[in-house]
Design a binder for this molecule. Sequence first.
Ligand SMILES: [Zn+2]
Ligand SMILES: [Zn+2]
Length: 211
Amino acid sequence: MKYDLHMHTHYSRCSNLKPQTILKLAKKRRLDGIAITDHHEIKGALEVKKLNNGKDFEVIIGEEISTNYGDVLVYYLNKKIDAIDFYEAVDEAKKQGALIVIAHPFRTTLVHNHKFQLPLEKVKNKIDAVECFNARTLPGDNKKADNAADKLSIAKTAGSDSHFFFEIGTAHTIFDGSLRKALKTKKTRIEGTIMFGAFGGALSYLRKIIY
Ligand SMILES: [Zn+2]
Ligand SMILES: [Zn+2]
């Protein structure tokens, strides 16, 4: 299976992606599944899921929560999580049986610091994986996440962090069977390119200023 586990719809201010565009491109780019992870919103994810009628393609309802300690991705939600406190958000996610992944834990950008503020060692028992490849994150920062996951024996995910059409499918989490089981047994592989990420990041920045 080849999933892209991080993408945004126009329900995130920094993206212009329509649910039907995402679904069409993800299938065209030969993915087997995607997770829609809007900032503090699941409306876009619900719309994409509703549009999907292929039995061999999975749409995961996710959310990217900007907690007090940094960005967290949650997968398989039934209901939006409102908590901003990291520990509260984790509790809410667990109550829903959702998976919890720390997003781009070492990301640095020119504009702001997106690093996760707690040591991964401290939260390792509360989470299911760490995003070790994010297509909008510098190679060195991704590498740090990858090394930390190896050292602490944490499962890995990859995601494009798509906000525009050209970014969809630029990162893959590869596994056999179900994502849940693959993360539990730490049997995922990751791959991707950051070739389109910097351009996408600049466009998101402009979009946020304009809208
Ligand atoms: Zn993020
Ligand atoms: Zn994101």
